[in-house]
Design a protein around this ligand. Structure first.
Ligand SMILES: *[C@@H]1O[C@H](CO)[C@@H](O)[C@H](O)[C@H]1NC(C)=O
Length: 489
């Protein structure tokens, strides 16, 4: 409080008097100035890694009012900058991590905002606000880290150009997962899409050649630091296992087998074993494929054995002694064919083993009646003698006809006339010579069915020498066996 003392003297001109008075003036102070602060605003750019406790500057405030009030400072945060700053004796310090890698701060242009409020202590307080604007810059803090699985199973029939898998790495720096993938040094069999991480097969796989591949893939981040050359790399070893598929047929070596057995060889006793392998390691099954051998032989795994059902009974059923057994060896998908030639030596001294089952079944009598004709001995004799006579007679007849034909080439007309007359009249043949008799015989052979007129009888005789029935109409006709001429009857 200021105090002013005034001496006031008064003069009276007319009377020549004067007087003095003392006036005291008390001046009361009024808070009329807000605090004055330096700096009036904080605009800063700091890296996100600025450590806790780091000073961002000091604020100094004075009150212009004479009484020199104290100025108190307070800090007001917003949602994003909560606990991020603190004030210590007018010094603005970092209190929490000014993280760059947060979606929340990315939406605020990576700027943390707060307000320092300076308040004086007058009767009616006045305040001054000091805005704090701290922009953080990115620092590449994190290495890219691959996420599993790191073991990839690829069927061996995967085609070249196929995507085998898609690798994925994560990066904690904002903007998250800004990565480029690569295979350091390249690879002969695999390639990778730098952006998407797709791992491509650029050759062919064969389980039987190589089962496991190891591949290192790296991820390099970008745009994650103020200094663009600061990049971090993450690397990961991948194991690529080739899955076995049944892509190879079984291989049999040799493909042809030969074996000789006795027919009495016990059923199921191995005769030969096929030598077959499968590159895929699949289980092999063997099946006899030709019908004839199926009944005689059997396969037990890759082993061929007999069923012992041969029959070599002399004069009865006599089986073949060589069997060609074709066998299909399968791995479930593919087949290989082999052939076994089995020579069976008949061995009849031993009765083929027949399993005698002791069942109390009553024997069943099966009667088989076979009908056949068995003539008596006398009948055979009679038939033989009759046959012999018949044969003799036929021979004689043929000889007579041949003799007659040779004479008949130039027959004497009178003889023929006579002959004809005789034959027609049915005269005794004895009166006529041998030749006449022959003609008579010949005529008789026509079965006496031909009736000839006297004029053309001789001609007719020469024209037709046989009689037959037409199979279609059933009518009878005469024919000439030389000319083919016919005459219907
Ligand atoms: C500073 O951070 C601590 C936690 O680390 C917190 O308890 C404190 O309130 C913060 N100070 C300010 C002024 O925000």
């Amino acid at each position: 409080m200021e105090r002013g003392v005034l001496l006031v003297r008064a003069f009276s001109v007319s009377e020549g008097r004067r007087g003095t008075a003392t006036v005291t003036v008390n001046v009361l102070d009024v808070n009329e100035h807000a605090p004055y602060c330096v700096p009036s605003v904080f605009v800063l750019t700091v890296p996100e890694t600025t450590e806790r406790g780091k000073s961002l500057g000091t604020v100094t405030c004075v009150d212009m009012d004479v009484s020199g009030h104290d100025v108190s400072l307070t800090l007001r945060d917003n949602d994003a900058s909560l606990y991020k700053f603190r004030l210590q004796d007018g010094q603005l310090q970092v209190n929490g991590t000014l993280d760059y890698d947060m979606p929340g701060i990315a939406g605020r242009s990576f700027q943390y905002e707060a307000t320092i409020i300076a308040t004086d202590s007058g009767t009616s307080t006045l305040t001054t606000t000091i805005p704090v604007m701290v922009t953080v810059t990115p620092v590449n803090e994190f290495d890219p880290v691959f996420i599993g699985p790191f073991e990839i199973l690829v069927p061996e029939n995967t085609r070249s150009g196929s995507v085998v898998t898609t690798v994925k790495a994560l990066d904690g720096d904002w903007r998250f997962d800004a990565l480029r993938y690569s295979i350091p040094g390249g690879d002969a069999l695999f390639s990778i899409n730098p952006v998407g991480g797709q791992l491509y097969l650029k050759g062919s796989l064969d389980f039987e050649v190589k089962q496991v591949y190891r591949l290192m893939v790296q991820a390099v981040d970008f745009d994650q630091d103020v200094d663009l050359t600061v990049q971090r790399t993450g690397a990961q070893d991948f194991t690529i296992r080739v899955l076995n598929l049944n892509d190879n047929p079984p291989v049999c070596d040799p493909v042809s087998y030969e074996s000789t057995i006795f027919s009495t060889r016990s059923a199921g006793l191995p005769i030969l074993t096929l030598s077959c392998t499968d590159r895929d390691g699949d289980g092999l099954t063997a099946t006899i494929t030709n019908g004839a051998a199926v009944d005689r032989f059997q396969m037990n795994g890759l082993t061929l054995s007999s069923r012992n059902v041969f029959s070599y009974v002399p004069g009865a059923v006599y089986d073949r002694t060589m069997f060609e057994v074709t066998v299909a060896v399968s791995d479930g998908e593919h087949t290989a064919d082999v052939v076994a030639y089995i020579y069976v030596v008949p061995w009849t001294t031993t009765v083929p083993t027949t399993t005698t089952t002791t069942t109390t079944k009553p024997p069943r009598v099966v009667t088989v009646v076979q009908r056949f004709w068995e003539p008596d001995l006398w009948f055979v004799a009679v038939m033989t003698i009759t046959g012999a006579f018949l044969l003799l007679y036929t021979g004689l007849l043929i000889w007579r006809i041949l003799t007659w034909t040779s004479v008949c080439v130039n027959p004497e007309p009178d003889v023929s006339d006579n002959l004809l007359k005789n034959s027609l009249n049915g005269e005794d043949l004895n009166k006529i010579g041998n030749q006449d008799a022959a003609i008579q015989n010949y005529q008789s052979s026509l079965d006496g069915t031909i009736s000839l007129s006297k004029e053309n009888s001789r001609k007719s005789l020469m024209r037709f020498d046989g009689k037959a029935d037409d199979p279609v109409s059933g009518r009878s006709y005469l024919f000439n066996s030389e000319t083919g001429e016919r005459r219907w009857l």
